[in-house]
Design a protein around this ligand. Structure first.
Ligand SMILES: *[C@@H]1O[C@H](CO)[C@@H](O)[C@H](O)[C@H]1NC(C)=O
Ligand SMILES: *[C@@H]1O[C@H](CO)[C@@H](O)[C@H](O)[C@H]1NC(C)=O
Ligand SMILES: *[C@@H]1O[C@H](CO)[C@@H](O)[C@H](O)[C@H]1NC(C)=O
Length: 429
């Protein structure tokens, strides 16, 4: 020690001496192990004290390496003086290299951690689910550093280590952060671990309509049960919005909740129908869009058209009442039969439907047991049925709406040519 100090004093007379740096390395590293990157014009000054300096060298590129096996030095330390040439000025850097048994190297209990945090949480919210974050095998005090994002910081107090947010986070902007947590102990041993932080979705976006307003024109003889137009909205939380009119529609038009189609359901009068449509994200605590105006103008160039009588017959409203979810638990069970006007009508589903099949004779059968929970949020099933008859081909749309207490089917009106029919199915849980 005396020698080192004398040597240091000597050096001090001519050069600047930097503060002591401690580095810990495992005892079983192979010769050539890179310990630290230094200034490129550096050299190891011979340490008179222990004669161990030949174990280390600085390469031309400034990399401090071990030159021999160090296993016999386990649990001991080596003092090194390194001289750096900084623009002609020699600078002395003293190092203590602690050779540590690899089993005793400081480390994080896990190579990676998965945490999560709610979006919109206030700054200083602790990232959840990061258990056993503190290093083990440390000697003395530990300093932690975090990198990867300024949106997170370390909270370390009274032996309690946590990662906290520094900002209000928005999942729709960024939903995953990759952070690196490093630790250094008093002996210069370092460890590093990866922390993934997933930002939890909190419903914070209302659906937004793609148009500021919707305006359509139809003729008075516009076929009943045909689509007048379609509204559309987009939800940034990824929810599938459903739609409804927020004002009274006087019975002429309805909107299909799942699709946003506006359908004429009663003979319209000449004039202008003005409604507001609203979209809902369907969450447990739903958020509604702004109201958007829908204007349907019914006008006619040729008055004669109005006088033309519709040949269509509207069937009676049928109500099938008081089913429970369990009634539709058997695949193949016939729930009800679509009414046909002619015995030679043949029914078929236009496209495959998860919940129902339709037989040629109009029997609506359970395909997969109806499951209230698994239905889309707005609890509706839409299906188109094609009807082929010798006289008139046509297409019917059926809308099954699942609601709360009871299950019943309400065929509001079913047409024999081209048209729509609605089924309101209320279901027990
Ligand atoms: C650890 O930190 C405490 C408080 O800052 C300090 O008193 C102590 O000397 C430090 N120990 C080591 C080994 O650096
Ligand atoms: C953390 O440790 C890793 C691996 O040792 C290193 O590459 C990285 O530069 C360190 N990060 C910081 C900010 O010190
Ligand atoms: C909507 O119309 C129906 C039937 O015309 C009426 O009973 C109801 O009070 C109206 N609702 C509003 C909010 O105007």
């Amino acid at each position: 020690m005396i020698h080192t100090l004398t040597f240091l004093h000597f050096v001090l007379l001519v050069t600047q001496v930097m503060s002591l740096e401690r580095i810990s390395i495992p005892h079983d590293v192979l010769p050539g192990y890179s310990i630290k990157q230094l200034h490129s014009r550096s050299r190891v000054l011979n340490s008179v004290e222990n004669g161990l300096s030949p174990y280390f060298a600085v390469l031309d590129d400034g990399c401090l390496i071990s030159t021999q096996k160090l296993s016999h030095l386990a649990d001991s330390s080596v003092n090194l003086l390194i001289e750096e040439d900084r623009d002609g000025l020699p600078v002395i850097k003293p190092f203590v290299i602690n050779v540590r048994d690899r089993k005793k190297m400081m480390k994080f209990p896990l190579k990676a951690y998965n945490g999560n945090i709610d979006e919109n949480a206030p700054p200083n919210t602790i990232v959840e689910n990061l258990h056993n974050l503190q290093v083990i095998n440390n000697m003395g005090n530990v300093t932690y550093t975090l990198s990867g994002s300024d949106n997170f910081a370390i909270f370390y107090e009274n032996d309690f280590l946590a990662i906290v947010s520094t900002k209000v986070l928005d999942r729709e902007t960024k939903n995953l952060y990759l952070l690196q947590l490093n630790a250094t102990d008093s002996e210069g041993c370092t460890a590093s671990t990866l922390i993934r932080v997933l930002v939890n979705d909190v419903n914070d976006n209302a659906p937004v309509f793609t148009e500021k307003y919707y305006s359509w024109n139809i003729k008075p003889d516009f076929p009943i049960y045909s689509t007048v137009g379609r509204v559309k909205s987009i939800d940034a939380d990824g929810d599938k919005p459903f739609y409804k009119f927020s004002s009274n529609t006087s019975g002429a038009f309805i909107i299909v909740p799942q699709t946003g189609e506006v359908i004429l359901v009663n003979h319209p009068e000449l004039g202008i129908y003005s409604y507001f449509v609203v979209a809902c994200d369907g969450r447990e605590n739903p958020i509604y869009s702004d109201k958007v105006p829908v204007t349907i103008t019914v006008n006619s160039e040729k008055e004669t058209k109005i006088l033309r009588r519709s040949k269509r017959a509207t069937r009676q409203t049928r109500v099938y009442d008081h089913f429970a979810e369990s009634d539709a638990s058997m695949p193949g069970k016939v729930m009800f039969r679509l009414e046909s006007v002619h015995p030679d009508e043949i029914f078929s589903l236009e496209s495959e439907n998860r919940w129902i099949d339709v037989d040629h004779n109009g029997d609506v059968k359970v395909r997969e047991p109806w499951d209230y929970e698994q239905l889309e949020r707005e609890k509706t099933i839409d299906f188109w049925v094609e009807i082929r008859a010798l006289q008139q081909p046509g297409k019917f749309a059926f809308l099954l709406m699942f609601d709360f207490s009871y299950l019943f089917c309400n065929i509001c009106s079913l047409q024999n040519v081209k048209g729509k029919a609605l089924f309101y199915v209320k279901m027990d849980k």
